[in-house]
Design a protein around this ligand. Sequence first.
Ligand code: IMP
Ligand code: MG
Length: 179
Amino acid sequence: MNDSDLGRVLVDADELQQRVAQLGKEITSDFADDPPLLVGVLKGAFMFMADLSRSIDLPVEFDFMAVSSYGSATRTSGVVRIVKDLDIDLTGRRVLIVEDIVDSGLTLSYLRKNLLARGPASLDVCALLVKEGLQRNDPDLRYTGFRIPPVFVVGYGLDAAERYRNLPYIVEYLPGEGA
Ligand code: IMP
Ligand code: MG
């Protein structure tokens, strides 16, 4: 895509696919005895969830929730609202949260607390991207795809005002800095 708002590619499509396949293998062996319920956080995680789940060779179940955090377009305030809740009861389940990106860690910290209160047998997190050095809360991630510098990125599910989610790579977003 030729777009002047896009900067350098931080993770290309091949790297993404390889890492996602590795994560799927790890999850397959870690959860072989008790397949997890995958909880995708919409909308950003939809593409990661689709690829990751196809690399998990276990009878996993799926659910999705949507949260919105108040704040400006490229910054979270830490106040999170559940826009779409889960359909499945978490009681006694091994739950694996599938997140697109951890920035301040506030969204995840809210989600953890909220889901832990529902009595799962275990609760782990698989985040595709973690921004370096910004977490105010310890995000405690069992699986991480890539650590990236603290810049705003789009692609592979991640958006800026609902655009760029379909790019098959992760690229820096630099509004208004193009030629
Ligand atoms: P946090 O609460 O600051 O960790 O922000 C997490 C949420 O903000 C993610 O789940 C994304 O939806 C969104 N987000 C954070 N950084 C980015 C980014 O660089 N690009 C797109 N969305 C982002
Ligand atoms: Mg998200």
